[in-house]
Design a protein around this ligand. Structure first.
Ligand code: SAM
Length: 355
């Protein structure tokens, strides 16, 4: 089964699921009911998530939701971030986007402010504005190989000169049960895009389905299992590695469901919600800050590879300093400046004052 066929299977499945609720598409999520009152019923019903990343966003943040579907998670985020924050939902499916957009005005009327927008893009290519491209192609259909070359040149230019989601523009990237749907060949691009759009010190909070062993090739080639959020699930440790390889750090499992979602053949699928941080821009303090690991383990190793023995101050520099300053490790280390004074951790905060 080729990648385009899997993409088509995903598109067809979610077009149908936007029109009528499909109960087979993953797991009902118990969101805080106070945030559901402002959201229209047809959006509430099209809930295809597998976790709750949105309860981890904070007031004032600029949020990007990857694979926003009918928009439920975005409309909850809109209420948590409040009028000073904002939310962008990204989806590739026209019908899901239309449903989500139809709810913007009623939600804004109920809240007294509108801070949500929905855009069309692939989460593995967040620089490319697919609605702009659709309009262009309607006026200039590709009718020859030369036109195909011109199109490739245009899309390269769009990504470079007017990226839909610019570099370092987002405080927190969230996603609910979507990363698994991206084809195996493009998963690395997806993690890279997620890291690109985060500001230094920003973070990702992602709920997704993971597998306990490699999903066998026969299952991977099954479009129904793929579009149903099974076959594209990564092995749990490889899922974590995807974030780390893209340069994120301080990865933490916020929730790991006790009960597997389902076992298919030899593979057990489970929902996890994880948090990962983009390192802060290192301040010019190389070596002037020490970290003392507080336990409970005898020693800790952070994602940069640095070892911190319990109770022994370690001077920080470069990428180690940048990683520790994200706040990912704040509950586990005490930071001290050159004069020996304790620093209020974390010291490198985002525009909203927290990280
Ligand atoms: C399982 S649903 C989850 C929807 C939503 N997050 C929720 O919690 O209800 C997956 C959504 O991701 C979208 N999607 C799948 N692959 C995508 C991709 N590569 N880029 C953007 N959106 C994608 C689908 O169109 C669909 O709306």
């Amino acid at each position: 089964m080729t990648a385009p066929n899997l993409d088509r299977a995903v598109r067809d499945r979610y077009t149908a699921a936007s029109q009528e609720f499909e109960p087979g598409l993953c797991c009902p999520v118990d969101y805080d009911p106070q945030f559901l009152r402002a959201i229209p019923q047809e959006v509430l019903e099209r809930d295809y998530g597998c976790g709750d990343p949105v309860s981890h966003v904070r007031p004032g943040e600029r949020v990007l939701d990857l694979g926003s579907g009918a928009g439920k998670v975005c409309f909850i985020a809109a209420q948590i971030v409040g009028a000073t924050g904002s939310v962008i939902g990204v989806d590739v499916n026209d019908d899901m986007l239309a449903l989500a957009r139809s709810a913007r005005a009623p939600v804004a009327a109920a809240l007294g402010y509108g801070n949500v927008e929905f855009v069309k893009s692939r989460i593995e290519d967040l620089a490319l504005d697919l609605e702009f491209l659709d309009r262009h192609l309607a006026r200039h259909p590709v009718g020859s190989s030369t036109a195909l070359d011109d199109l490739a040149e245009l899309t390269d230019r769009m990504r470079r000169d007017s990226p839909l989601i610019p570099d370092a523009s987002i405080d927190v990237v969230i996603s609910n049960c979507v990363l698994n749907l991206v084809t195996t060949e493009r998963k690395r691009d997806m993690f890279a895009e997620l890291a690109r759009v985060l500001r230094p010190g920003g973070r990702a909070v992602i709920s997704d389905i993971v597998a306990d062993v490699d999903v066998p090739q026969a299952m991977r080639a099954d479009p129904h299992l793929w579009s149903g959020c099974y076959s594209g699930a990564m092995r749990e440790d490889e899922f974590f590695a995807g974030f780390l390889n893209a340069g994120l750090t301080g990865l933490r499992v916020l929730k790991r469901e006790d009960r597997p979602w389902e076992t298919v053949g030899e593979v057990t699928f489970r929902s996890v919600t994880i948090e990962a941080h983009k390192p802060a821009a290192p301040p010019p303090l190389d070596g002037a800050i020490t970290a003392t690991y507080l336990g409970p383990f005898a020693r800790a190793r952070i994602d940069t590879g640095l070892e911190l023995p319990r109770g022994l101050p370690v001077r920080l520099g470069g990428t180690d300093l940048a990683a520790v300053l994200t706040g990912a490790y704040r509950d586990y280390v005490q930071l001290t400046d050159a004069s020996g004074l304790g620093l209020p951790a974390p010291v490198a905060c985002g525009p909203s004052g927290c990280c």
